[in-house]
Design a protein around this ligand. Sequence first.
Ligand code: PLP
Length: 413
Amino acid sequence: MQRRELFRRLSFLTLTGGAVSLTLPASAKRPAAASDPNPPAPLKRDLFKELGIRTFINAAGTYTAMTGSLMHDYVVETIQDSSIQFCMLDEVQDKVGEKIATLVHSEAAVVTSGAFSAMTLGLAGILTGMDQKKVEQLPHLESTDMKSEVIIQKAHEIVYNHALKNTGCKLIYVETREQLEAAISEKTALLHFLNIEADKGQIKHEEWIAIGRKHGIPTSIDIAADVPPVSNLWKFNDMGFSFVAISGGKAIRGPQSAGLLMGKKEIVAAARLSMPPRGFNIGRGFKVNKEEVLGMYVALESYIHQDHDREWRQWEAATAVIHQAVKPIKGVTAEIKVPLLGNITPTLHIGWDPQTVKLTGADLQQRMRNGEPSIEVGDVQEKHIAVTVWMLKPGQEKIVAARLREELTRAAT
Ligand SMILES: *Cc1c(COP(=O)(O)O)cnc(C)c1O
């Protein structure tokens, strides 16, 4: 049968019975362009090859520059399956938000474009409430009656706090409890906390929330990179933060462009006034379409229900393979550590004596990058790199182990 003939028959069948379309390749399910009712099936393209884009084994971790994490197959399937229907964006956010809120013990939730936009939107919601005029005034707070300051501990300074400035608010940094109490004024909109540096600040989570409550000021927390442990998804909602922001495309392996805003009903409802499908707001550019909203939902649900102990044992086993390969090399020291906060996964730190192993961290990074296959490593310093296995596909740990062993051995002779 000619391809065109096949297509004619298939399009007839899809008109008469939906079940048939399930057996068709995804490309055939898409409606044909109006100008050409029977376009030829597109050839399977490898755009990485076609455009000359380097792909690599990711032994570094969940870095945005390296496109974060790989979505699970069921996330990609959800995206593909949901892409063939229209629905109302607000309805999908309403229904998914309700499910997610139950999963994470918050009053409400909404899928955002990453943790960064969750922070901007949560604060926007606090500033504007349900007042549409205020939504339109952001980020110009002067000569409005909106609050204009966010207080943060100095130890919690991080580039991503810029998300809060996007609302027009000023950030006020404090160190002690006394400074915090003194900094609170009628201008204070929010007390913001950064979990990954929780051990560095003098004021801990519970005290932060208690001071907020005492002064009637909402509190928020950035936990973008803080699962595992899975319990962190609800821990800070249970603790009483007014809103919590997390990334969807790190360990959860949802869409890299997605994240979650979880929190009080009135904050999430007000935040959504600054989100698509609405415009005339600061958040119109933070668009998340239905495919990603649904993809984020299934990623989160599966993440919560997966066997975390098993995953941890797999990470340990794969890390041990690399550890064993590099440990015996003369002049090399290799140690597995687990970060206390953020990116909690076994991390193999590889250091060396530059007298014996004659290369820098940057040299090793380049050699791993230029090798076949290309491999990315993390935490590159003068005589140190680190690798993690959580972004590897099963079996890739053997390739990483062999390549590191090869390069370090060569440099040690
Ligand atoms: C990754 C990260 C962010 C940004 O998260 P996105 O989901 O990429 O927007 C914010 N804060 C911290 C601590 C992070 O690690």
